[in-house]
Design a protein around this ligand. Structure first.
Ligand code: HEC
Length: 141
């Protein structure tokens, strides 16, 4: 009587199965990597830079030594970055609600830039800007 576990054909079957699983996993990983590489990094990069600018704006003036020029230049760079949102999301740019949310963010930034003192009111300004970010994220992120 042959033991099933020591059967050469079973062993061959199992090793082919294991090799198949390993090769399949590797092929999937390679494929996923290749697909990831094709994704355009620009839209998320733009968002990351806006996030960092907003963080630094919120933190800088909160410290006792607020530099008004620095605070304004953070808002200005946010405003410039916000001008590129539609370019970064070509698939969404023609969506009216998306464009409206992008405009809302720019209008918020324009209003803050038009009022002179960013230092004293940084927490409120940062909240207003955050609300504009959230408005779009709720629908499109
Ligand atoms: C008009 C729409 C819109 C506005 C306004 C907007 N975002 Fe986004 N944001 C998106 C979309 C869409 C994504 C999802 C991008 C993706 O995953 O490809 C996103 C993703 C992000 C992410 C995640 C990025 C990543 O690496 O996955 C961050 C951080 C972010 N936004 C920050 C901000 C900040 C800060 C603001 C405001 C200053 C803002 N966003 C305003 C549409 C917007």
């Amino acid at each position: 009587m042959r033991q099933p576990s020591s059967s050469p054909s079973l062993m061959r079957y199992l090793s082919v199965l294991v090799a198949g699983v390993i090769l399949g996993t590797l092929a999937t990983l390679v494929l996923v990597r290749a697909l990831q590489a094709r994704v355009d990094p620009f839209p998320r990069a733009l968002m990351q830079v806006m996030e960092r600018q907003l963080q630094q704006f919120g933190q800088g003036p909160a410290a006792d030594r607020c530099d008004p020029a620095d605070a304004i230049s953070r808002l200005q760079s946010l405003r410039v970055l916000a001008g590129g949102i539609e370019t970064a999301f070509p698939g969404l740019a023609s969506d009216r609600r998306f464009a409206a949310q992008a405009s809302r963010l720019r209008a918020t930034l324009d209003a803050e830039l038009a009022s002179p003192s960013a230092c004293g009111q940084a927490p409120r300004i940062a909240d207003d800007i955050q609300a504009a970010c959230r408005g779009c994220h709720q629908d499109f992120r």
